[in-house]
Design a protein around this ligand. Structure first.
Ligand SMILES: [Zn+2]
Length: 117
């Protein structure tokens, strides 16, 4: 059974796999560019691309045409991707030995997903 309220902590820079969404995006892996915590949405590199038609503006010397831009997608549409397992995985939390830090680790292989800066 799946619970409806998932506590997925996705951060900027994470790699995620798209589970649901536009046909062309499903199964794709992308890097999280931005997180909108209040909306529960994230912006993922190369995913959920929207075409925007731009009007030509001769005064600003702008050419008209179609621009591609990533649109935010809902957090529930993605899953954290583990590069070691090579697939989307569940994450779990682990405390550092001194108990001061919390890490997100892969539920399968135990890889730490929070890269130290
Ligand atoms: Zn893993």
């Amino acid at each position: 059974m799946e619970t409806t309220k998932k506590k997925i902590k996705i951060k900027k820079g994470d790699m995620v796999t798209v589970l649901t969404g536009k046909k062309q995006d499903r199964g794709k892996i992308g890097k999280v560019l931005r997180v909108y915590p209040k909306k529960g949405r994230i912006l993922v590199e190369g995913i959920n691309i929207a075409k925007k038609s731009m009007k030509a503006d001769p005064q600003k010397n702008k050419q008209g045409g179609i621009q591609h831009e990533e649109m935010p997608l809902h957090i529930s549409n993605v899953k954290i991707y583990c590069s070691k397992c090579n697939k989307p995985v569940k994450i779990k939390m682990k405390f550092s030995t001194d108990g001061k830090r919390k890490f997100r680790i892969c539920n399968k292989c135990g890889e730490i997903l929070d890269k130290t800066k």
